[in-house]
Design a protein around this ligand. Structure first.
Ligand SMILES: Nc1ncnc2c1ncn2[C@@H]1O[C@H](COP(=O)(O)OP(=O)(O)O)[C@@H](O)[C@H]1O
Ligand SMILES: [Mg+2]
Length: 377
């Protein structure tokens, strides 16, 4: 009896197809008419997009697209491509019934009867997981590449800076000796000018050593909130009158072992950058907090406690294409005499040499946030 019924079911062609389509749950397979109105629906459609057949049949398939894609005419364009080129194959973000988004791999085939277009067959697969994994991989690769690049620049810089430092030390010592020997005023002036230039050169090499992690640090046990609070006056003067400076400093943070002068320099560098980015005024916020995290260049490590110092401004932000370069020594977008391009490289080198790391979060039009992470003691 059952066998008979099974045979009947399998012999009826329409039923066969309906059975087949509804056993497929990994793919949404459905038909559209020439205008994109949904005519059939399968179990895969329900599983992936969340709609029961009666909720979608009779409505336009554009409902699965993001509003901005609908506005840009994407659903119609995809149908047109399928009709004109014989197939549309693509990937994009779509919306489920519950409003959540998923990454869809889509194929649209035109259906023709005697050469006349009567509708479309559409197959959609949810590839969100693969997409997210791929993106994570790409991010990890980009992070690694960036870390390797900065490492290479660091090694080069370290060698250069050491050599220059030695040369400048000799020059400065000789000029110091000369200064005690010259009698006439104009010669003394010349020696003095040369001495000041050499000292400026020495400062530059020290900054380069900071980036290249060749700086001799003098770590001491510090409460970061307290250090920043003590710098309040200097920071406010540097920020200038046009800018509002807010401090949101956490109490009872764990201590960090850091070089106080370098820490103050790093925060000052960030405040000055924000100020420079907002000549017409704006807001700078300095936060401190405890956070369990890991260096994004070492994503396999378990999260450990870090004290985070973040300097956030509501300025113009940093263009995406510059973000990979701002930590390089001498990278500056400021006019000659205004910027040395050594601010962020000091910040980068100092955090790295202190066992921490730096994160930059910036979007044009949405300000800039630089986060410094230091291992908690
Ligand atoms: N808060 C910020 N807002 C916008 N751009 C910034 C900000 N901080 C840094 N930058 C960009 O990064 C570049 C490098 O910064 P930095 O290393 O401090 O060097 P400098 O300040 O001497 O230019 C700046 O020239 C600027 O283009
Ligand atoms: Mg700077």
């Amino acid at each position: 009896m059952l066998e008979e019924r099974t045979n009947d079911l399998l012999n009826d062609e329409a039923r066969q197809f309906s059975l087949l389509l509804n056993s497929v749950t990994d793919y949404a397979i459905y038909m559209l008419d020439t205008q994109g109105v949904i005519r059939t629906w399968n179990a895969g459609g329900r599983r992936i997009k969340g709609y029961a057949p009666r909720e979608v049949i009779g409505s336009n398939f554009a409902r699965f697209y993001l509003p901005e894609d609908v506005e840009a005419g994407l659903p119609e364009r995809n149908l047109r491509t399928a009709a004109q080129e014989g197939r549309f194959v693509g990937e994009g973000w779509r919306v489920r019934k519950d409003g959540s988004c998923f990454r869809a791999s889509v194929v649209i085939d035109p259906i023709r009867v005697d050469g006349e277009l009567i509708g479309y067959a559409k197959v959609t697969r949810d590839v969100t997981e693969r997409h997210v994994t791929q993106q994570r991989l790409q991010e990890a690769q980009a992070n690694l590449l960036q870390a390797q690049k900065l490492e290479a620049i660091g090694k080069f810089t370290l060698g250069m800076a050491h050599d220059f430092n030695n040369l400048l030390t000799v020059i400065i010592n000789c000029q110091d000796l000369l200064a005690t020997k010259v009698q006439d005023e104009s010669s003394a002036k010349l020696v003095d000018t040369a001495l000041r230039a050499a000292e400026r050169g020495a400062l530059l090499t020290r900054q380069l050593l900071g980036f290249a992690r060749g700086q001799a640090l003098a770590p001491e046990r510090l409460d970061l909130s307290a250090v920043i609070r003590e710098c309040d006056g200097v920071l406010r003067r540097s920020a200038g009158d046009a800018v509002t400076l807010e401090l949101a400093l956490a109490d009872d943070l764990p201590a960090c072992a850091l070089d106080r002068t370098q820490l103050e320099t790093a925060v000052l560098n960030l405040v000055c950058n924000s100020r420079d980015a907002m000549p017409d005024g704006g807001r700078i916020c300095i936060h401190t907090a405890l956070q369990f995290t890991q260096d994004s260049a070492l994503p396999d490590q378990p999260p450990t406690p870090f004290v985070r110092v973040s300097v956030h401004d509501n300025g113009p932000g940093i263009p995406q294409e510059q973000q990979a370069r701002v930590f390089e020594p001498f990278f500056t977008t400021k006019p000659v005499g205004k910027g040395s391009g050594l601010g962020l490289s000091q910040v980068f080198g100092f955090t790295a040499q202190s066992g921490g790391f730096t994160r930059l979060i910036s979007e044009p039009g949405h300000g800039t946030r630089v986060e410094l992470y230091f291992p908690a003691m």
